[in-house]
Ligand binder design. Structure first.
Ligand code: PBE
Length: 310
């Protein structure tokens, strides 16, 4: 997977140093004379340096849809484009940009290990396109309560904190296999896990299928819950899908559940389409957020501070 990302980024990484050199030259001379600038207020024109591109993730993600909406709603983003790829490719591009102190805007979300790994900030969103705080909710198929009551109860009781999921994500981003990182977290947090399994009995190999999308958050949460279900005796399958397909799979009963519903804003349209056909088991995590994220060294604080394409 990594190889594909590098290939995709190949062309960009050949071009970027040239752009960066130009930008640095301007910045340096601006310090002394203040007359040689490429933005209208004497500041660096980040839009130009980034070729008016926001580094996105999977096309089906709510944060990508939100960013496309932001491009429509904000004058400062006129002429900008959200380039979709994958969460992994976004993280690679972010890391590369930071290594080179280049500007970059990514479609970001938290909890996410990138905030522990790098100095980052959300751009203020005065139009409220990305909404306020989000929760991550658990959705299961109709009939699960009757057909697999122990799994239903565990999924219902599954609830953790941002620092829990972040510790799993950080380990995975540092190269630990997600199964091992999940097992470690479960070992170290047996009290929490005991609350999830409270009142349930073990089962004998009943099949359970959890759908998810390969976002870092959901890779971590789905693997942890999957292992807890497995320890309870379930025969667990984790199925990676596109966002909309994940929702429809649970709504149509092809998958038993998912722990990846970002509400009320990020997956509002999916919830509207499928909400009536799934069972909402409520929040499994509070304090989530999505938006446009930049390295802290970039001198912009708000989406309004960006410059439209002339
Ligand atoms: N995310 C992570 C998802 C929800 C979880 C923010 C990338 C999305 O944008 O749909």
């Amino acid at each position: 997977m990594k190889k594909v990302q590098w290939k995709k980024l190949g062309a960009a990484s050949i071009l970027t140093p040239i752009i960066l050199l130009t930008a640095c030259g301007n910045e340096d001379s601006a310090e002394g004379t203040d007359d040689e600038t490429n933005g209208d207020s004497g500041e660096v024109n980040y839009g130009e340096e980034m070729d008016y591109k926001i580094t996105g993730i999977e096309p089906g993600a709510g944060v990508v849809a939100g960013s496309e909406q932001a491009v429509e709603d904000y004058d400062s983003l006129e002429g900008w484009e959200v380039v979709t790829s994958s969460s992994g490719a976004m993280a690679t591009a972010l890391g590369q940009a930071i290594d080179n102190e280049e500007p970059i805007i990514v479609t970001g979300w938290s909890p996410h290990w990138k905030f522990q790994e790098y100095d980052l900030k959300y751009l203020e969103d005065p139009e409220g396109v990305f909404g306020e705080a989000e929760t991550i909710n658990t959705m299961v198929r109709q009939g699960l309560e009757e057909e697999a009551p122990e799994a239903y109860t565990i999924l219902d009781q599954f609830q953790w904190e941002p620092e829990d999921i972040e510790s799993v994500m950080l380990e995975v981003s540092n190269g630990t296999d997600v199964e091992e990182a999940s097992a470690t977290w479960i070992d170290e947090n047996s009290d929490k896990v005991a609350e999830w399994t409270e009142g349930t009995e073990t089962v004998d190999n009943t099949e359970i299928e959890l759908a998810y999308v390969e976002w870092d958050t959901e890779i971590a949460s789905t693997n942890v819950v999957g292992q807890v279900l497995e320890a309870q005796g379930y025969d667990v399958t984790l199925t990676p899908l596109d966002n909309a397909v994940m929702w429809s799979a649970v709504a149509e009963g092809q998958a038993d559940g998912m722990v990846a519903a970002w509400l009320p804003n990020t997956h509002a349209s999916q919830f509207e389409s499928y909400g009536d056909d799934v069972v909402d088991l409520g929040e499994n995590l509070e304090g989530a957020k999505v938006g446009l994220v930049v390295p802290s060294y970039m001198e912009v604080d708000s989406i309004d501070d960006l410059t439209s394409k002339q």
